[in-house]
Ligand binder design. Structure first.
Ligand code: ADP
Length: 400
C-alpha cells in the first residue's frame, strides 16, 4: 500500500500537521494552527515548493475546528486522495502501550483513562483523533505515544523511592517522554556507525525547549530523565528540571504560593527563562552572554553543567557506550553549547573537534569529536517521520 500519511500533533494550544511519504520521510505539505482558543488563532500551511498560506481561524477555533480547517486546505492542495493513514502523536499511554497501535474504541478509552497523567495533552489528543476520524472515517488512525519507547525501562529506573503502593495503586512512577525522538536518533546513530541497533548502546540528549536524556541499550530505552511528568531531569527552556521536593511546601507555607502557582513556576517560569530573567531561547541567551549579560551566561552554564552530570551518570546505564547523540533545536544547532558541553565532559575522555563542530550545517548529521575521543554524533530528530512510518506499517498489517 503506497501513499502518504497525515501526521497530527495536537499541543495544548496548537495543532501541527504534516503529510509525509512514510518510506523516505519526504514532507509533501505541513503547517501549524497556532494560538487556538484565543482571539487571533491562525493556520499556516506550507505546500510543496513555494505555496504558503495563512488563514485566520476566528476566536472560537479549538483543536476540532483547526483540524477541519487543515483538512480543507489538504483537499484544496489535492493531497487528500493520497493519504492512506492518519498518525496521531499521543503524549501519555501510561503502562498500557509499549508500542504504536491502531485506534479503536478500547484504545480511545485507554487514552481517556490516562488524562489525569497528561491533562494538557491527552484531552486535546482525543479531540484531534475525533476530528480527524470525522474527516477521514474510512482511513486507519494510529496512535504513537511519547511514553511507549520507555516502557522497556527496568523497575530500578522507573520506580521512585516512595512507598511501593503509590506505584501499584496509583501509577506513581517515571514514564519518560520524547520517546519517538530518542527512538529515531538512536536508530539513525546505529546506521551511521554501521551497527545493528540490537548490538549498540547510546545516550541520546534531546535538547529543545523540553530536554531529556535517554540511555538506550540494544535498541531499548533503559533509563530516561523525564519522569512522572516532563518536569523531571535536565534544566529546560522554562522547566526547572530536578528540584528538592521540599521546596513545594516551603513555597506554599512561607511564600503563599497555591499548588497551581507552584506548578506554573516550575513548568513555565523556571529553567533558562527563570535563571536569566530574559528568555527561554538559547540563541537570545548566547547573544546576551556574548554582550556581557551575566545572568544569561549563568543560565547557559547551569544548563550545560546539569546536562554533563546527567550524561556522566547515564554511563552506568549504557556502558559500553557506542556514542553520545545530541539532537533537538539546541543539540542540532548550537555550536556554542555543544563545545561547552564537551569541555565539561573532558574528564571522561571527550575531545571536541572545533572545526567539525563549527562546520556542521544546520539540519546536517555528523560527528563533532576528535579521533581519540569517545564518539559524539549530532543527528537532527524527525518525530513526524517516526509517526508516519509506524502509521503506514500498522495500517498495512492490521487494518481491514
Ligand atoms: P521544541 O522543543 O519546541 O520542539 P526545538 O527543538 O525547536 O524546540 O528547540 C528550541 C531551542 O533550540 C531553543 O532554545 C532555540 O533557541 C534553540 N536553537 C535553535 N536554533 C539554534 C541555533 N542556531 N543556535 C542556538 N540555539 C538554537
Amino acid at each position: 500500500m503506497r501513499g502518504n500519511v497525515l501526521v497530527v500533533n495536537c499541543g495544548s494550544s496548537s495543532v501541527k500537521f504534516a503529510i509525509i511519504r512514510p518510506e523516505c520521510g519526504t514532507v509533501m505539505a505541513q503547517g501549524v494552527a497556532e494560538r487556538l482558543l484565543s482571539q487571533n488563532s491562525n493556520l499556516k500551511f506550507f505546500g510543496d515548493g513555494a505555496t504558503k498560506q495563512t488563514v485566520p481561524l476566528g476566536k472560537e477555533a479549538n483543536h476540532h475546528s483547526a483540524i477541519l480547517a487543515i483538512v480543507e486546505l489538504v483537499k484544496q492542495a489535492q493531497l487528500d486522495e493520497t493519504i492512506i493513514a492518519v498518525g496521531h502523536r499521543v503524549v501519555h499511554g501510561g503502562e498500557a502501550f509499549a508500542e504504536s497501535v491502531l485506534i479503536d474504541e478500547e484504545v480511545l478509552e485507554a487514552i481517556a483513562a490516562h488524562q489525569h497523567l497528561a491533562p494538557l495533552h491527552n484531552p486535546v489528543n482525543l479531540q484531534g483523533i475525533s476530528a480527524a476520524k470525522t474527516a477521514f472515517p474510512a482511513l486507519p488512525h494510529i496512535a504513537v505515544f511519547d511514553t511507549a519507547f520507555h516502557q522497556s525501562m527496568p523497575e530500578t529506573a522507573y520506580l521512585y523511592a516512595l512507598p511501593y503502593e503509590l506505584y501499584s495503586d496509583h501509577g506513581v512512577r517515571r514514564y519518560g517522554f520524547h520517546g519517538s525522538s530518542h527512538r529515531y536518533v538512536t536508530g539513525e546513530a546505529a546506521n551511521m556507525l554501521g551497527k545493528a541497533p540490537q548490538d549498540s548502546n547510546f545516550i541520546s540528549a534531546h535538547l529543545g525547549n523540553g530536554c531529556s536524556l535517554c540511555a538506550v541499550v540494544a535498541g531499548k530505552s533503559v533509563d530516561t530523565s523525564m519522569g512522572f511528568t516532563p518536569l523531571e531531569g535536565l534544566t529546560m527552556g522554562t522547566r526547572s528540571g530536578d528540584l528538592d521536593p521540599s521546596l513545594t511546601p516551603f513555597l506554599e507555607d512561607h511564600l503563599g504560593y497555591t499548588g497551581k502557582q507552584v506548578n506554573t513556576l516550575y513548568n513555565k517560569d523556571s529553567g533558562l527563562l527563570g535563571l536569566s530573567g530574559l528568555s527561554n531561547d538559547c540563541r537570545t541567551l548566547e547573544r546576551a552572554a556574548a554582550d556581557g549579560n551575566t545572568r544569561a551566561q549563568l543560565a547557559l552554564d547551569i544548563f550545560c553543567y546539569r546536562l554533563a552530570k546527567y550524561i556522566a551518570s547515564y554511563m552506568i546505564a549504557a556502558s559500553p557506550l557506542d556514542a553520545l547523540i545530541l539532537t533537538g533545536g539546541i543539540g542540532e544547532n548550537s555550536v556554542y553549547m555543544r563545545a561547552k558541553l564537551l569541555l565539561l565532559l573532558q574528564p571522561l575522555g571527550y575531545q571536541l573537534d572545533p572545526d567539525a563542530n563549527e562546520n556542521l550545517g544546520s539540519g546536517a548529521a555528523g560527528h563533532i569529536h576528535q579521533e581519540n575521543s569517545p564518539p559524539v554524533l549530532v543527528i537532527p530528530t524527525n518525530e513526524e517521520w517516526v509517526i508516519a512510518a509506524d502509521a503506514a506499517r500498522i495500517a498495512t498489517t492490521q487494518s481491514h
